[in-house]
Design a protein around this ligand. Structure first.
Ligand code: NAP
Length: 288
């Protein structure tokens, strides 16, 4: 909806002050000449989420991203959802249509597949975690034709439940695979992935590619250890940019300027790949 103040976008979360999405999206909007569009933080405590979402279209919002802890409720509040958002059970992108329509999508899933350095079809993956992002990862990898997706989780029954719902095979150790995806929050506080997870640093060479959904200004220890051993690694910032790029295209109908989005967060200098809808190297640099 276009208003006198222009069109607005935002990210709903609680807390949300740390989000890099405004920086990424405002850089992209400027780069494609949407000078009357703005992307902003939308702090939303749980008890106000429904009220805030319902008020957004009337306030000039074309859409919103959704982050922790609202991805499940965002899906529940939508009037229509993509098949992948419904299967995953979580939405990270809402677009607002005429007549109060709220369309939910999950762009975390395609962003993961697009960021991999090779096609996952007929290959194997090990997913660590059984929370919301693990659900998106397992669904995405299976949907892209992975031969096996094994799921390890600290609380094993959650891995079993996830696999019963989405497919995949519960796992109790870190068996070698073409792709390792860390969908736990381990590493967020600088903690070692090699104590909390069934991994050793040298064992990372058992994987063709290591993906860490967690991101940190200087890169995570998991990504650093993989790169130190020559293992291709995709960090969480690249996935954040990838999911944001797909959402940007939903919101604006315009191809996302992915290099501008990378440059806006300062750690990606001309890295190829991870274009939405396409495959590329998608390999992040450690830090910068
Ligand atoms: P979530 O639903 O809360 O799930 C957290 C997962 O981490 C659970 O599997 C939990 O295991 C596991 N975990 C937590 N602490 C652990 C520990 N000390 N040792 C072992 N496992 C532990 O979270 P989520 O939404 O899936 O997000 C997970 C992470 O991905 C977060 O850090 C989030 O910021 C990040 N993320 C990044 C992006 C991106 O764009 N880069 C997108 C989505 C999420 P239990 O089941 O045993 O509790």
């Amino acid at each position: 909806m276009i208003t006198a103040r222009g069109t607005r976008l935002g990210v709903l979360g609680w807390p949300v002050a740390h989000s890099l999405s405004p920086r990424i999206h405002n850089a992209a909007l400027a780069a494609v000449g949407r000078s009357d569009w703005r992307y902003q933080l939308l702090p939303a405590p749980g008890e106000l989420l429904a009220e805030i979402i319902l008020a957004l279209p009337g306030a000039g919002f074309a859409g919103a991203n959704v982050t922790i802890p609202h991805k499940l409720e965002a899906l529940a509040l939508s009037t229509r959802a993509t098949a992948r958002a419904r299967a995953i059970g979580a939405a990270n992108t809402l677009t607002f249509g005429p007549g109060g329509e709220i369309v939910a999508d999950n762009t975390d899933a395609p962003a993961l597949v697009a960021a991999l350095p090779f096609a996952i079809a007929d290959r194997t993956a090990l997913v660590l975690g059984a929370g919301g992002s693990a659900r998106a990862a397992v669904w995405a990898l299976l949907d892209a034709g992975a031969a096996h997706v094994r799921v390890w989780n600290r609380t094993p029954e959650r891995a079993r439940e996830l696999c019963a719902q989405l497919g995949g095979e519960p796992e109790t150790s870190a068996r070698p695979a073409d792709v390792l995806v860390n969908c736990t929050s381990v590493g967020l506080d600088g903690s070692s992935p090699f104590t909390a997870l069934p991994l050793s640093a040298d064992g990372l060479t058992d994987f063709g590619c290591v993906v860490d959904l967690v991101y940190a200004p200087a890169g995570t220890r998991l990504i650093g250890a993989a790169r130190d051993r020559g293992v291709t690694a995709v960090d969480g910032l690249e996935l954040l940019i990838g999911q944001g790029a797909i959402a940007f295209e939903r919101f604006t109908g315009t191809p996302a300027p992915i290099e501008v989005m990378r440059a806006s967060v300062g750690r990606y200098k001309g890295v190829a790949g991870a274009a939405p809808g396409g495959r590329g190297a998608g390999v992040a640099h450690a830090s910068g």
